[in-house]
Ligand binder design. Structure first.
Ligand SMILES: NC(=O)c1ccc[n+]([C@@H]2O[C@H](COP(=O)([O-])OP(=O)(O)OC[C@H]3O[C@@H](n4cnc5c(N)ncnc54)[C@H](O)[C@@H]3O)[C@@H](O)[C@H]2O)c1
Ligand SMILES: [Zn+2]
Ligand SMILES: [Zn+2]
Length: 357
């Protein structure tokens, strides 16, 4: 049994393109809470978009100066009174938003859209997150990490793969489908990995960054990768016998890429918007109405679907950690955020103990 120290290091994001380490007290779990020894904590595009350069987020994306990191995975080292399922030694993923538990969205398992202004708190935004040696979590927010998966796999389920799975379940993916993914950041790469696992017939990816196109090609996640270009719609049609794709997933948030996703989708097809922020311009009649297309929006996922996804990841024998191109110790957390902000990487992880090796 390791002794738990009284203080720990944790990183905050002051909003000036830096990450700073400070000393915090190690929290004591209260009723229904656990203390995790953090093992892996990955960086999401939203951390860069809303917090790192400037504190731009509002409401649920409003960062309130807490320890950063909303993709944590770790091992329970202390359990407060009243815990019902999890205990010391358990390896767990944290659903990254703690909800009130009693609003309609929480009752559906979508704590992401919990309507309680007082009780909804996202880890790494409005309560302490994973960029620290220890993390205080509510037991109700935990998902068990199976033995077959590593902590780095688990960290990515938290926001990235869970979000993607929800979006793909909304449109349905099968062997009938050619799929276009616009934006091959970690979320787009996760989309490609899950589309392949779900049997998609053909996966086409688009990005502006050569390194990300290369990662998608090297890991054989995409059958075709295209550099972002005004000709993309025609190129996608050329790859699909002139039809366009059955399913398109935007993971870029870029207005041109979103328009490409809509226009490169064939008649009766579906598009899902995952990339956040920005805008898009399209002409409803020719672009969607006359071609009978459907556009979905998708925000994170429910905790039961996250649990289901973890089971499927094991069954499909896929490893989210393949997307991690760089692992940093907490001491180098500033380098980890700076690298993610350049986009010259796959997923970036801050790791501890055995996950750093
Ligand atoms: N909906 C949700 O619940 C949810 C959850 C997590 C993340 N997100 C959002 O998903 C997006 C992706 O997250 P990420 O971690 O992969 O971030 P990221 O910023 O690393 O990825 C975005 C990618 O889009 C690419 N891109 C930019 N312009 C493009 C263009 N014109 N054509 C094609 N590609 C282009 C970028 O080069 C980059 O690789 C972000 O906007 C993030 O905030 C949404
Ligand atoms: Zn996220
Ligand atoms: Zn709620």
């Amino acid at each position: 049994m390791t002794t738990i120290p009284s203080t720990m290091l944790g990183a905050t994001l002051p909003g000036d393109s830096s990450a700073i380490l400070k000393t915090f007290d190690v929290p004591t779990p209260g009723h229904g809470q656990v203390l995790l020894k953090t093992k892996a904590s990955t960086i999401c595009g939203s951390d860069i978009r809303c917090i790192y350069h400037q504190h731009l987020g509002k409401g649920p994306e409003g960062y309130q100066g807490f320890i950063a990191g909303h993709e944590p995975c770790g091992q329970i080292v202390a359990t407060g009174p009243g815990c019902r399922r999890f205990g010391d030694g358990d390896r767990v993923i944290v659903y990254h938003i703690s909800g009130c538990g009693v609003c309609n969205d929480c009752r559906r398992g979508y704590m992401i859209s919990c309507t309680s202004q007082r009780y909804r708190k996202a880890y790494g935004w409005q309560r302490d997150g994973g960029m620290a040696e220890y993390l205080l979590a509510d037991e109700k927010d935990l998902v068990a990490l199976p033995d077959q998966l590593s902590y780095v796999d688990g960290a990515q389920v938290a926001c990235g793969f869970g979000t993607v799975y929800e979006g793909l379940e909304k449109v349905g993916i099968s062997g009938n489908d050619a799929v276009l993914i616009t934006g091959l950041g970690p979320v787009g790469l996760a989309t490609a990995m899950l589309c392949k696992a779900m049997g998609a017939d053909q996966v086409i990816g688009i990005d502006v960054i050569d390194q990300r196109l290369q990662i998608a090609a090297d890991l054989q996640l995409c059958d075709h990768v295209l550099k972002a270009d005004p000709q993309n719609v025609q190129q996608v049609r050329d790859l699909t016998n002139g039809h366009g794709v059955e399913r398109a997933i935007d993971c870029s948030a870029h207005h041109e890429a979103r328009a490409t996703a809509i226009r490169a989708t064939r008649k009766w097809g579906s598009i899902v918007m995952i990339g956040e922020g920005g805008t898009v311009a399209f002409n409803p009649s020719p672009d969607i109405i006359h071609d009978q297309k459907t556009i979905h929006g998708s925000w994170v996922t429910s905790i039961w679907k996250m649990e289901e996804l973890v089971e499927r990841i094991v069954r499909w024998n896929i490893r989210p950690e393949q997307l991690v191109t760089h692992r940093f110790a907490l001491a180098d957390v500033d380098k980890a955020y700076a690298l993610m902000a350049t986009g010259q990487c796959g997923k970036v992880a801050v790791c501890f103990d055995e996950a750093l090796a």
